[in-house]
Design a protein around this ligand. Structure first.
Ligand code: BES
Ligand code: ZN
Length: 829
């Protein structure tokens, strides 16, 4: 860059009466070569004044905004050199699209509408708040001031150093920030309430709207413990004197790691002992941990460019689990990681339309679209695989050097691999790059030939078309008779001499690949599953891979059902939830098929067995995972039309209406949904009323889900229309859409409704919102093969930037489903 920023002096004054703000900035820049034009980023701003001071002279400058490129060009009459200070005065919009500097609305206790102003700058929206070099590598320091109305307070990244009355308003000044990227700057203004604590020298606060700060206790206590733990692990102190966790009523994603001022959706920060579920508690912990990991990995050391976004996100994903697990080992988060992270990643990465982790991106819409299961989940799995390959100790040693070396700077993936390579003295760079630079992941086939074990690799895809490219450096572990062999499989095929029978590939599932065993090996493994003489993770993995092979056409559903019988006496959380999930998927996918009753019966039986162990009510001191499993099992049984469950759900609902605290929050979701499932128009009115009067957002989303669980398509349409009303926040609009897509009775109505409403929907959530991708994905659950052309055409006529890749993934999923059904029909005929 010709001109680079060193320091920003920023002052903001939000004007709530017309949802605008006044901005004033002074940027110190360094100039590499004499120039008379300076170009920086700006969007939706009106420039009032621009003045440049260089070599003691003050020059007034011409400015030109390019709305399309989102740039501001400053033209000067003469060239300037070395350094300058750019002074700009401008106005901007406090928009309602949840990006840039935006407004969020809520009602106070007396029902009065209130606003807060808050920011979301990642990936490329700081330019909507102040002209800047809006790229992660253009790091600078910031001095920020905010002018507010007297009843408001202001928050930014650092601690407040001045509060002063000026006229009727209040001026807040904040301490100079460390050198950092624009996407991490934060501004917040509103009638906030705080829950405060101290941890060593750091002041930690939960920030909420009035009346809610008490619900921040769980997050605040955990935050304190996690920060200490991260400081120890990284060997670097948290560098700011304060850390705020802020609950924002309207928030596009889940949470955002602004340095020292982390923002969250309310449902991901606020925990209410009386009404919140165990699932919510766990989620809060994981997300707090994730955003705290970013304070080092991302904020202190930042990627050079967004192609390495995955490094930020996958690292935080991996660390989030690692650190919450230290405090809550009984939550079994590493088991859950296999299901939520590894399976999610493999589901996407088994598509031809997936993408490499390390991917070229340029425009803001391209950048937004890679915040997906590849960047978060596959990346997280690759890091976990790397850690187990080089050992925890070497991984951490390399990481520490990397963080020290690049503090307050930018880095690339290779910088990290090289440090971990040095600490472990292992070929890390080439191993890792084989997982980063190519799309997909391998299927390892294991076959016995005499006393040899033949291992081969090929790309695992769900849609079969021709032979697949791809060769990975796979860190393999094989156990036989309990002994472990480690090696790197680099070739297409290799054989090992293994005399014994009980062979297990990828034990513990540290490697990001699936395994296909030959029949004889599988035969032995079945016995081990029944006896439970292999670990729960290995029991889980064997059938998990077999099910994936069914979907890809490399295995038979009947064989899967057969092996599922070996899992009837499972008591492990992970295994039970996966087996039941696979059975349910099989049932749900074949609902319109003749042979469905047979599958339904098997599925029902499996869930019933699980339920018999769990029951309706939490047992004293039961495992955490029981609470997670219970609502899922009850919900599924009801949808499998289990009369007893439906009856009890309705009876518990009647009790709930009398006395809300009679219903455990962990089963509320399931109960409300089943009441809808078996309910009519009157039930609808009741649930709608409950939605409208629900006080917390967590409660509201439960009822919104229930409103999407009716059988009557007319009621489902009503819910979809309701999702467009002012009663549903734009951040939650995707909930009914996704829930209706998963409801078999919504199959016919969703796509026509989406088509009719797409224009309005796009405006409501804002083009570029990640929620649009979720809605596009939902189409794969309701469309059949014959609709592909129509869907493609629709999006050609209604282009939705940032969803292009998601659309091809959705179409591919439709084809995969179609092929799967075709094979099932042949099998079950
Ligand atoms: N940096 C992201 C937030 C973000 C997401 C910004 C997408 C811009 C676009 C943050 O660290 C994050 O990953 N948030 C997650 C939370 C997750 C851990 C559940 C999110 O918002 O989904
Ligand atoms: Zn993140």
């Amino acid at each position: 860059m010709l001109v680079t920023p060193i320091h920003y002096d920023l002052s903001f004054e939000p004007i709530f009466s017309n949802f605008t703000f006044e901005g004033k900035e002074a940027i110190d820049v360094r100039i590499a070569k004499p120039t008379n034009t300076i170009t920086l980023h700006a969007a939706e701003l009106k420039i009032k004044k621009c003045l440049i001071v260089s070599s003691g002279k003050s020059i007034s400058a011409q400015t030109k905004l390019d709305e399309k490129k989102e740039t501001l060009t400053i033209k000067l009459p003469t060239k300037i050199a070395k350094s300058a200070k750019i002074h700009i005065e401008y106005t901007g919009v406090l928009n309602d699209r949840l990006v840039g500097f935006y407004r969020s609305q809520y009602k106070d206790k007396s029902g009065k509408t209130k606003y807060i102003a808050t920011t979301q700058f990642e990936a490329a929206d700081a330019r909507r708040a102040f002209p800047c070099w809006d790229e992660p590598a253009a790091k600078a320091a910031y001095d920020i001031s905010i002018i507010t109305e007297p009843h408001h307070t202001a928050i930014s990244n650092t601690n407040q150093i001045l509060k002063k009355k000026i006229g009727k308003k209040t001026l807040y000044k904040f301490a100079k920030t460390p050198i950092m990227s624009t996407y991490l700057v934060y501004l917040g203004v509103g009638e906030f309430e705080y829950l405060t604590t101290k941890s060593g020298k750091i002041t930690m606060r939960i920030v909420t709207t009035k009346g809610n700060s008490k619900k921040g206790k769980f997050a605040l206590d955990l935050c304190k413990k996690l920060v200490k733990s991260y400081e120890d692990y990284f060997g670097i102190k948290y560098p700011l004197p304060k850390l705020d966790l802020i609950a924002v009523p309207d928030f596009a994603s889940g949470a955002m790691e602004n340095w020292g001022a982390i923002t969250f959706r309310e449902t991901i920060l606020l925990f209410d002992e009386k009404t919140s579920s165990t699932q919510t508690k766990q989620f809060i912990a994981e997300v707090v941990s994730h955003e705290l990991a970013h304070q080092w990995f991302g904020n202190l050391v930042t990627m050079k460019w967004w192609n390495d976004l995955w490094l930020n996100e996958s690292f935080a994903t991996f660390m989030a689990t690692k650190f919450v697990d230290k405090f809550y080992p009984e939550w079994k988060l590493w088991d859950q990681f296999l299901e939520d992270t590894m399976n999610t990643a493999m589901g996407l990465d088994a598509l031809h339309s997936s993408h490499p982790i390390d991917v070229k991106v340029n425009s803001p819409s391209e950048i937004r679209e890679i915040f997906d299961a590849i960047s978060y989940d596959k990346g997280g799995c690759v890091l976990k695989m790397l850690e187990s390959f080089v050992t925890e100790k070497n991984f951490r040693a390399g990481l520490r050097v990397y963080l020290k070396k690049f503090s307050y700077k930018n880095a690339e993936g290779n910088d990290l691999w090289d440090e971990i390579g040095k600490s472990s003295k292992m070929p890390v760079r080439s191993m890792v790059n084989s997982w980063l630079k190519q799309t997909g992941f391998p299927l390892v086939e294991a076959k016995k030939q005499d006393s040899k074990l033949v291992l081969s690799q090929k790309r695992f895809v769900l849609e079969q078309k021709g032979s697949q490219k791809g060769l990975w450096e796979i860190p393999l572990t094989i156990t036989h008779d309990g002994k472990a062999i480690n090696k790197i499989l680099k070739k297409k095929q290799e054989s090992l001499i293994i005399p014994s029978n009980e062979i297990l590939v990828n034990p513990g599932r540290n490697g990001f690949y699936r395994v296909k065993y030959s029949q004889d090996i599988l035969y032995d493994l079945k016995e081990l599953i029944l006896q439970k003489s292999i670990s729960h993770i290995d029991r889980w993995a064997i059938q998990n891979d077999l099910f994936a092979l069914c979907v890809s056409g490399d295995g038979k559903a009947r064989d899967y059902l057969e092996i599922a019988t070996s899992y009837e006496n499972e008591d492990d959380y992970l295994t039970q939830s996966n087996v039941s999930g696979n059975l349910y998927a099989l049932y749900h996918r074949t609902i319109e098929e003749q042979y469905n009753p047979e599958i339904k019966q098997i599925t029902h039986q499996y869930f019933r067995k699980m339920f018999d162990k769990l029951g309706w009510d939490a047992q004293k001191d039961e495992p955490h995972t029981n609470a997670l499993l219970r609502s899922y099992v009850i919900g599924a049984l009801g949808k499998l039309d289990d009369e007893e469950i439906l009856c009890e759900a309705n009876s518990r609902f009647r009790q709930y209406l009398q006395n809300p605290s009679s219903l455990n929050p962990d089963i509320q979701d399931a109960v409300f949904s089943l009441v809808a499932w078996s309910g009519d128009h009157n039930t609808y009115q009741k649930l709608l009323h409950l939605y409208n009067k629900a006080e917390s957002q967590e409660q509201k989303t439960r009822f919104l889900g229930a409103l999407s669980s009716f059988k009557d398509p007319k009621l489902l349409l009503k819910t979809l229309d309701f999702s467009q009303s002012k009663n549903v926040r734009s951040q939650n609009m995707h909930i009914p859409i996704i829930r209706v897509s998963g409801n078999q009775y919504g199959k016919k109505i969703l796509w026509p409704w989406l088509k009719k409403n797409w224009k309005g929907l796009r405006i409501k959530v804002g083009v570029g919102s990640p929620l649009l991708n979720r809605m596009v994905s939902s189409i794969s659950a309701v469309a059949d093969n014959s609709m592909q052309g129509e869907i493609k055409q629709f999006f050609q006529k209604n282009p939705t930037p940032g969803t292009e890749m998601t659309l091809s993934q959705t179409l591919e999923r439709i084809r995969i489903h179609h092929q799967f059904i075709k094979r099932l029909r042949a099998e079950f005929a």
